[in-house]
Ligand binder design. Structure first.
Ligand code: BEZ
Ligand code: FE
Length: 295
């Protein structure tokens, strides 16, 4: 019987998929096997190293529960989440290449702290009220790539607190997150705090991996935003604060230059939404452009 040698195993696995009926699955699994085997041959992986990898993946799974997603963190910190996001946007851009209109807003990682079902609040509500942090008005307009305002667009927002901790990391009740709907002209506005830089969770296997890689855990200050409107592609993105540390070394590689906004400080007085502020506040203005859905 012919025997498989080091260079033969990958092809032997691929050959066993001859009966696979799903062409895309076949393509993805063949490439996965080819690249995984090539990687193991390239580094000449030892049995101890492979066992360490299996223990690491086991620990990563065991760290997950309904609030903690260590696999997303692994994907994010290895740059894989952002690669998938960037490929998706490039695919969308190719589809739009011969159409008129402006470039859509860039997407970035969703991260592990999205919590569906945040309270739906009136435009202008303050979700930072009562929390430490610098009050900030977030406002702007949502249009399509042709500049047409999108009324009724759901704008789901979430951020960490002044210490960089998300509600999910602290307990069972939602805070510093809400859903808003754009008005007839596509405008949105809400108050929250100015987000600070913060570390991604470092108390699990991914944190151990990052320390061993000699990497820091920090993300620059950002407000998460997810925009959804009928007839348009859903957008998952952030607004990054311009003067934040770590913009050039985000632990999850999520920064896009087009998402960095000036966050000017204002003395007490009347804010652009008419609210009277008796202490200094900040504003962050950002306009979003959504892609009309493929028909
Ligand atoms: C976040 O921004 O919430 C986040 C993103 C990726 C990993 C960890 C946290
Ligand atoms: Fe975040």
């Amino acid at each position: 019987m012919p025997q498989l040698e080091v260079s033969d195993f990958a092809q032997a696995v691929i050959d066993r998929m001859a009966e696979c009926k799903d062409a895309r699955f076949h393509q993805v699994m063949s490439a996965l096997v080819r690249h995984a085997h090539a990687f193991i041959r390239e580094v000449d992986l030892t049995p101890d190293e492979w066992m360490a990898a299996i223990q690491f993946l086991t620990a990563t799974g065991q760290k997950c529960d309904e609030k903690r997603q260590e696999f997303i963190l692994l994907s994010d910190t290895l740059g894989i989440s952002m690669l998938v996001v960037a490929l998706d946007q490039a695919r969308g851009a190719r589809a739009l290449a011969d159409q008129p209109g402006e470039k859509p807003t860039e997407a970035t990682v969703q991260g592990p702290f999205f919590w569906p079902g945040a309270p739906e609040l009136e435009l202008g509500a303050d979700i930072g009220e009562g929390y430490p942090g610098e009050p900030t008005l977030y406002h702007g307009r949502v249009t399509d790539t042709f500049g047409k305002p999108i009324a009724g667009c759901e704008v789901d927002v979430w951020s960490g607190d002044a210490d960089g901790l998300y509600d999910m990391q602290k307990g069972d009740s939602m805070s510093l997150r809400a859903r808003f709907r754009t008005d007839a002209e596509g405008n949105y506005r809400f108050w929250s705090i100015k987000p600070t830089f913060y570390p991604v969770p470092g108390d699990g296997p991914v944190g151990t991996m990052l320390a061993k890689m000699g990497r820091h855990l920090n993300r620059p200050g950002h407000m998460h935003m997810m925009l959804a409107a009928p007839g348009h592609e859903r957008l998952v993105t952030h607004i990054f604060v311009k003067d934040s540390p770590y913009l050039d070394s985000d632990a999850v590689f999520g920064v896009r230059n087009s998402l960095i906004v000036e966050c000017p400080r204002h003395e007490p007085g009347r804010a652009p939404d008419g609210r009277h502020m008796n202490k200094p506040y900040y504003t962050a203005k950002y306009d979003f452009r959504l892609v009309p859905s493929a028909q």
